[in-house]
Design a binder for this molecule. Structure first.
Ligand code: ADP
Length: 268
């Protein structure tokens, strides 16, 4: 992790990755070109950049839901060939099973892990406690607020005890107040569990509040533009001039929301 002298092996390595989506009858989309970065164990790294710059693609590649067109993605030194229990994903749209209760949703991934029923029950109970939802264990998703649904998604991801959490705009569907709440909870959970986190957001303030390091991307095609270490003490104070300076710098790099790169020809 940053600031330590201990030499650590990166837990995530993305090495010269290019991702091209072919389309039938049309031009292929160059979602990512020559993207390289590493994430250290326990590090919180956030990817920001304009819409369409390949943030989701990047997270899906690390999650094993996509394969690179060229280049290598590895986790703990092993090439990623598909999803695995060492990586759990949390999405903006929750992806909860509406026909299962909160408890059943959180325990869903545990069935494959060979735990006994009582171990599963205990694990689910402690995850629900961690996200503050013990009293909603028997509710169905439709009875929950957006913030609660996202807590269920987080509890489900944490239940399999992955080394890495992959979070794609996880707080994008909740109101500003709930978002702050969830951010605080995530940092607390991260402090308690030491998970490595790769996070995507379009909210620059959220990125500065949460991250050890920020990857700033630019689009058409997606590339890493800059990597920025956030050297601010925790808990972070959003009114601290140094915090504001980071957000201003990043705003300048990324540009106003919706602004796309003007490059029309992929620089290949
Ligand atoms: P971001 O998350 O930064 O908005 P994405 O990774 O979703 O970016 O998309 C990057 C580019 O790849 C966009 O141009 C998008 O339209 C395209 N893209 C993403 N997924 C697919 C897909 N499954 N098939 C074709 N094009 C895709």
């Amino acid at each position: 992790m940053s600031g330590t002298n201990v030499s650590t092996r990166p837990v995530i390595t993305v090495d010269e990755v290019t991702k091209r989506y072919e389309s039938t009858g049309g031009e292929p989309t160059h979602a990512l070109v020559d993207v390289s970065f590493q994430v250290e164990p326990g590090e919180f790294v956030t990817v920001i950049g304009p819409s369409g710059c390949g943030k989701t693609t990047l997270v899906r590649l690390v999650g094993g839901l996509e394969r690179p067109t060229s280049g290598r993605v590895s986790v703990d030194g092993n090439p990623v060939t598909g999803p695995g229990p060492d990586r759990a994903m949390v999405f903006q749209e929750y992806h909860l099973f509406p026909w299962l209760t909160v408890r059943e949703n959180v325990g869903f991934g545990l069935v494959e892990q060979g735990l006994s029923e009582s171990e599963r029950r205990n694990r689910v109970a402690s995850m629900l406690e961690l996200v503050g939802l013990s009293d909603r264990a028997d509710a169905y998703p439709k009875a929950l607020s957006g913030g609660m649904k996202q807590r269920v998604g987080l509890a489900r991801a944490l239940a399999v005890d992955p080394a890495i959490l992959l979070m794609d705009e996880p707080f994008g569907s909740v109101d500003a107040q709930t978002r702050r709440h969830l951010q605080r909870e995530l940092l607390q959970i991260r402090a308690e569990t030491g998970k490595t986190i790769l996070f995507v957001t379009h909210d620059i303030e959220e990125a500065v509040a949460l991250s050890d390091r920020i990857l700033v991307m630019r689009g058409s095609p997606g590339r890493v533009r800059e990597q920025l270490q956030i050297d601010l003490p925790r808990p972070r104070d959003r009114t601290d001039p140094a915090f504001v300076e980071y957000t201003e710098h990043l705003l300048e790099l990324v540009g106003p929301p919706g602004r796309q790169s003007t490059s029309v020809r992929p620089e290949l």
